[in-house]
Design a binder for this molecule. Structure first.
Ligand code: FAD
Length: 390
């Protein structure tokens, strides 16, 4: 496809990355966001770059490829985005949970992923700041890391402005006008119409509604998550930036934590897809108290509740990437784990948009048309087990 003017709807980490990649190819780009760029799911993200929590192996490999692209992606952005490596540790004290952890490590190792079981002593050596209770099994994934999504969005937009792209904020897309050949000819906004040769819909949770404006069906599930913050603290984690610690009481879930560049810690409960909606101060205080038991340096921190964040979550949990059958110049870019996946998915999208290529060997399983004839009954079968039907 010969793209002359590409309009990207949504300036989260996914849309901003795609816009920057496309503009870098010398193509005219307009990126539109109805709010603050990076203020959607990207601002709520725990922002752990990983492939260890992903399956089956094809999806794991896509995440791994993107993880490995992050250093070059960040370097090309040319600004600090607080990309930090050092890995992730997790451990279990419950024997059943420990068995599951060992099995998971073995599976990841069979996929060639650099994760390994470690002893309690090694775990303590890896991150001396932790207070580690009983350990039935522990794991270290050495290649994982973290980044600040809003800094990434900011850097993409800075590069876009240098490339003379239009960055339009505070303007909402309200409609997509199609021509007689079922192509989107104009993006209708609260600030007037914008002509487009290609339209990228990267509107996060609103992708379903925006794509529907052109008759494109992109079903999602509801996936609320809560990651609280603390008041700024001196550096607490010295070697390993991402920590998953087991529950200390029955009936509770594990907690995960990391420290941001401003010294605040982010603390969440469960895994990266756990549903959580309690954004009260009491819940934030509880999470902090539990984190304090594992990281005593947190003593004296204040818990800052953060409103629920809604993960963009395709119905079956996997990315939706590619031109739509119902509107041939509309490119859908919707994914969970968008922080991990931004480097790879933006590169692939740019390849398809700018060069007219089809990266089917990688994106084949993730095309929008898999949802074209999804009936309500089939939808419930496809549904990602860790999300709620909308
Ligand atoms: C609690 C939580 C924890 C997470 N943890 C991780 C993690 O550890 N690792 C990881 O890789 N991923 C994680 N994720 C997922 C990741 O954050 C998202 O996949 C990613 O941020 C999605 O980026 P996006 O650009 O698609 O969406 P968003 O950041 O939501 O951006 C979409 C943008 O579209 C704009 N928009 C919507 N509708 C319109 C319209 N009509 N007109 C104009 N603009 C519009 C919005 O204003 C928004 O800015 C987490 C997400 C959450 C919520």
């Amino acid at each position: 496809m010969n793209a002359r003017h590409v309009v990207v709807i949504g300036a989260g980490i996914v849309g901003a990355s795609i816009a920057w990649r496309v503009a870098s190819r010398g193509i005219r780009v307009t990126i539109i966001d109805r709010g603050q760029p990076g203020g959607g799911a990207s601002s709520h993200s725990f922002a752990w770059i990983n492939a260890g929590a992903k399956e089956p192996v094809g999806y794991h490999n896509l995440n791994r490829r993107s993880l490995e692209m992050w250093p070059r992606f960040a370097q090309a952005l040319g600004e600090d985005v607080d990309l930090r490596w050092g890995g992730k540790v997790s451990w279990e004290s419950d024997p059943d949970a420990a068995q599951a952890l060992v099995a998971r490590v073995q599976q990841l190792q069979s996929w060639g992923y650099p994760t390994r079981l470690v002893s309690r002593e090694e775990l303590q050596e890896l991150e001396p700041a932790l207070r580690i209770g009983p350990v039935a099994a522990a794991e270290y994934s050495e290649n994982e890391g973290q980044v600040e999504p809003q800094m990434v969005v900011g850097a993409c937009l800075n590069r876009l402005r240098e490339l003379e792209a239009s960055v339009v904020t505070g303007v909402e897309v309200t409609g997509l006008r199609k021509d007689s050949q079922d192509r989107v000819s104009a993006v209708q906004t609260t600030n007037g119409d914008i002509d487009a040769d290609v339209v990228v819909v990267a509107a996060g949770t609103a992708t379903t509604a925006v794509a529907a404006m052109a008759g494109v069906h992109v079903p999602q599930a509801e996936s609320p998550g809560v990651v609280i913050r603390t008041s700024p603290m001196p550096p607490l984690l010295h070697h390993v930036p991402i920590v998953y610690a087991p529950p200390l009481e029955d009936g509770r879930r594990e907690i995960h934590l990391r420290q941001c560049p401003d010294g605040r810690l982010m603390i969440g409960e469960g895994d990266q897809e756990s549903l959580a909606e309690d954004d009260s101060q009491a819940h934030a205080d509880d999470l902090l108290a539990r984190a304090c038991q594992h990281l005593p340096g947190l003593k004296g921190a204040a818990a800052v509740p953060v409103p629920v964040g809604w993960r963009p979550m395709p119905l079956d949990g996997y990315p939706v990437m590619g031109f739509a059958r119902e509107a041939s110049n509309l490119y859908v870019a919707l994914t969970h784990s968008g922080v991990t996946l931004a480097p790879a998915l933006s590169q692939l999208a740019a390849l398809e948009i700018c060069d007219g290529a089809r990266a089917d060997a990688v994106l084949g399983p993730y095309r929008p048309e898999r949802f074209v004839s999804v009936t309500a009954e089939r939808a419930s079968q496809m549904e990602h087990p860790r999300a709620r039907h909308r």
